[in-house]
Write a protein that binds this ligand. Structure first.
Ligand code: ADP
Ligand code: MG
Length: 522
């Protein structure tokens, strides 16, 4: 818990110094970036004060204030945003093949044909989202350049995770676009109408023969515009939402590429109806065409798809393999160049980040996190360079942050099971078995009035904790007594306990000693 707080605080104060350095003059951005501190204070804000007083050139001394030292003491980062997940790099080393592959398939959209659907998969942090966004930006800018109607819609299905919401979001995007396009045409026509009043000749250059014809057209466009209504985020029957999307897309000729990122989350949560509906649209659309790019961290999700959906979605498959340590090194070097001050990194830092992240299934996100966190830790140490040891500390910190997050969001029953294991470990019990966990678990449930699950269910919850990497459970054979599990904690005990106790109900358990004692009574 404390760790999580520390982290956020670190970020805020880092943000202050960070941006100030980022662009020499930077006063404007600086003012924005410190908003957590300046919130609601209007002109009393000390930062504002400093900025307003800031001299045009180097007559500084007079105005040195609260934040000046923080600003000047920025020896590590040049532009930290570059290391954050939200930053989209312009260059993606070691993804040339995948990017070219995508482009080769999607280029048909620029020729007015329907590109094959694409399924992209690979583990987290292998550059899928970054590459897909890069390609879609290129596609859209090229389509603008050559004036071919091609549009890309990106949806993150981890956030938008039901059929209703996916369709509603798509519908609303096209409703908005259509309305804006109609508005532009109406404006144009009204100008002509106005000018034609003085000079009827003007109509000769148009498809209209009279002002009244033009007026009728404006009316019909206005009606059309009214027919495109926003879909509310809940409440309509799904087929009405689908029809809205359908009509909005088909309003004019265009090729639409729908990018469904984290598509496995959508299927897991809401089944494959969305994909089924989207993939059969082309047979009914008259003017437009739709093509789908699905991005998944997990290929297994295709097992849950209707075979028709599966073969349609997987017309083309592109795999993003994990990065190896050398590739991660290249990626980090390119980013570090922009993110850090010259000479801020000692030689071992990048190779070590790359090596750690390579162990973590070649995850570039992890590698970047490590590098950024190492930099922040060095900053807090008040040194002007990042060293190997900062990377090791960063690795530990990220691991603890991860555990804290996983444990914090566990369902309550799992928390009780985990708490039981912790209590046993604290008591110095080794090779904890399921029965022992269950006995303590039952008593904890009694104490806080929670439902008591069967031992079978508790065994399942232990397996889940094992899969999350929180405990380690090995099955051992006890000869004719059957088999049992030997369980041990695989995360730091104290931090984990702190997180569990921060749950208000578990925090109510005051004296846990008697429960643990129970183990020896049974
Ligand atoms: P995924 O979608 O596969 O989980 P992302 O595309 O989100 O992975 O990549 C994770 C992070 O790593 C992002 O910050 C991204 O910018 C960065 N990244 C991934 N691959 C590369 C690459 N080849 N070059 C530069 N940065 C990369
Ligand atoms: Mg992604």
């Amino acid at each position: 818990m404390t760790d999580a707080n520390d982290h956020t605080q670190g970020e805020t104060s880092d943000g202050v110094s960070d941006n100030g350095e980022a662009d020499g003059t930077g006063s404007h951005e600086l003012g924005l970036d410190v908003s957590p501190e300046s919130d609601g204070n209007g002109s009393d804000d000390p930062i504002d004060e400093i900025l307003r007083d800031e001299p045009d050139d180097d007559t500084e001394e007079a105005s040195r204030g609260l934040f000046d030292d923080l600003l000047s003491g920025e020896p590590i980062f040049e532009k930290k945003e570059v290391l954050r997940p939200s930053y989209t790099p312009r260059k993606l080393p070691h993804r040339e093949d995948q990017i070219n592959n995508m482009a080769t398939i999607l280029v048909s959209a620029l020729r007015g044909d329907t590109p094959s659907n694409i399924l992209i998969y690979g583990k987290t942090g292998t550059g899928k989202t970054a590459s897909a966004k890069f390609v879609s930006e290129e596609l859209e800018s090229t389509s603008t350049k050559y004036e071919v109607p091609c549009e890309v819609e990106y949806i993150n299905c981890e956030v938008t995770d039901t059929q209703y919401r996916v369709l509603a979001q798509l519908a609303n995007k096209f409703v908005d676009k259509n309305r804006a396009a109609i508005d532009r045409t109406i404006d144009e026509y009204e100008t002509i109408l106005e000018r034609a009043r003085e000079d009827p000749q003007i109509l000769e250059g148009t498809e209209f023969t009279s002002r009244s014809e033009l007026r009728t057209e404006i009316e019909s466009l206005t009606d059309k515009r009214e027919s495109f209504t926003e879909v509310p985020m809940t409440g309509w029957p799904t087929d009405r939402v689908y029809n809205s999307f359908f009509d909005a897309v088909d309003y004019r000729e265009r090729v639409v590429v729908i990018m469904l990122d984290e598509i496995d989350k959508l299927v897991e949560k809401s089944g494959d109806d969305t994909l089924y509906n989207l993939s059969r649209m082309n047979s009914e659309l008259e003017r437009s065409r739709v093509s789908i790019i699905g991005i998944s961290n997990d290929l297994k999700f295709t097992d849950f798809l209707d075979p028709r959906v599966n073969s349609s979605l997987g017309e083309e498959e592109i795999v993003f393999p994990p990065y190896d340590a050398n590739q991660l090194r290249d990626i980090l070097e390119a980013r570090a160049e922009i993110a850090f001050k010259d000479g801020a990194l000692t030689d071992d830092v990048i190779p070590l980040c790359a090596a750690f992240a390579a162990q973590e299934h070649g995850d570039a996100r992890r590698a970047l996190d490590l590098l950024r966190t190492a930099g922040e830790l060095a900053e807090r140490d008040d040194t002007d360079h990042v060293e190997e040891d900062h990377v090791r500390q960063a690795q530990e910190k990220i691991e603890i942050d991860r555990v804290v997050e996983v444990v914090r969001t566990l369902p309550q029953q799992s928390k009780l099971v985990l708490f039981s294991i912790i209590l046993l470990e604290k008591q110095g019990v080794h090779n904890i078995n399921t029965g022992e966990v269950y006995n303590i678990y039952k008593r904890l449930c009694d104490e806080i009035d929670a439902d008591v699950l069967t031992q079978r269910r508790v065994t399942d919850l232990i397996s889940e904790l094992d899969m999350l990497g929180i405990v380690n459970a090995v099955v051992v054979s006890k000869g004719r007594y059957g088999r049992t599990k030997e369980i041990s904690l695989s995360v730091p005990l104290e931090e984990t306990e702190t997180v569990l106790l921060s749950d208000s109900r578990l925090g109510d358990i005051e004296d846990v000693q008697p429960f643990v004692q129970a183990r020896f009574d049974n």
